[in-house]
Write a protein that binds this ligand. Structure first.
Ligand SMILES: *Cc1c(COP(=O)(O)O)cnc(C)c1O
Length: 236
């Protein structure tokens, strides 16, 4: 068995295990395989092992992969990186999900550019739950307000909230941040937005996220291996 296939099966088992440990229903957590920096052929291999949802951060790089993998009709593309305004069209035309909405203007552009034949783009509002200046996302207090505005756009459906929790913090602090996300989702529902998604949890903090209510976990390195180059700038 290939390394990728073995890693993939190990991660699937870990997610099922986290569900069971948390008393969550089996298959209630969806795995997004984060393939940024890895070639289309790696995605093809993990797809062949059964995975359908893939996450990508860098629009230019991702767009090339959508071309290379155009023969996989049921692949589901999740954009999980920042979208600059000159890249919104790619997202509007190729993505199924966008997890990182933090500006109304970007959402407006994407809604306007979404082809009418496509179903609404499924989006999450990104929350800067760790309150770190280097992280993207709105402060928690602004999440409901932004979600209400984005929900009015015709070609976008607000599905919930996304975060990247702080790295290098203890279990208790992680649980506090994920718990805050869960209560923000309840606030969204109370505000009349039928949102059901909590996109949180990565390779290092997946099981805590599942315990705290994650519905979508985004796992990269545990499947594809360590990334050998950093995070290229979109403008480079
Ligand atoms: C890279 C990335 C992931 C996956 O991280 P791993 O630590 O490789 O599992 C998840 N979410 C976002 C937003 C990312 O940028």
């Amino acid at each position: 068995m290939s390394v990728l296939k073995r890693n993939y099966q190990t991660v699937c088992a870990a997610v099922r295990q986290a569900e069971a440990a948390a008393g969550r229903e089996e298959d209630s957590v969806r795995l997004i395989a984060v393939s940024k920096t890895f070639p289309a052929e790696d995605i093809r291999e993990v797809y062949a092992a059964g995975q359908r949802d893939f996450g990508e951060n860098y629009i230019q790089e991702w767009y090339g992969k959508t071309e290379a993998l155009a023969d996989l009709p049921d692949i589901v593309w999740h954009v999980i990186g920042d979208v600059q305004s000159n890249k919104t069209k790619f997202v509007a035309e190729r993505a199924h999900w966008l997890h990182t909405v933090s500006r109304l203007k970007t959402a407006q552009r994407i809604s306007a550019q979404r082809p009418s034949a496509m179903p609404p783009l499924q989006v999450c509002i990104e929350v800067n739950i760790a309150a770190e200046s280097a992280k993207h996302g709105v402060v928690p207090e602004e999440a409901v307000g932004l979600a209400k505005e984005v929900a009015k756009l015709p070609n976008i459906q607000v599905r919930g909230l996304m975060c990247v929790a702080a790295a290098e913090v203890g279990e208790a602090e992680l649980a506090r941040q994920f718990g805050r996300m869960k209560s923000l989702l309840a606030d969204l529902n109370a505000a009349g937005i039928e949102a059901d998604v909590l996109s949180m949890g990565m390779s290092a903090d997946m099981s805590t996220a599942v315990r705290c209510g994650a519905t979508h976990v985004r796992i990269g390195s545990a499947i594809f291996g360590n990334r050998t180059y950093g995070e290229p700038s979109e403008t480079a």
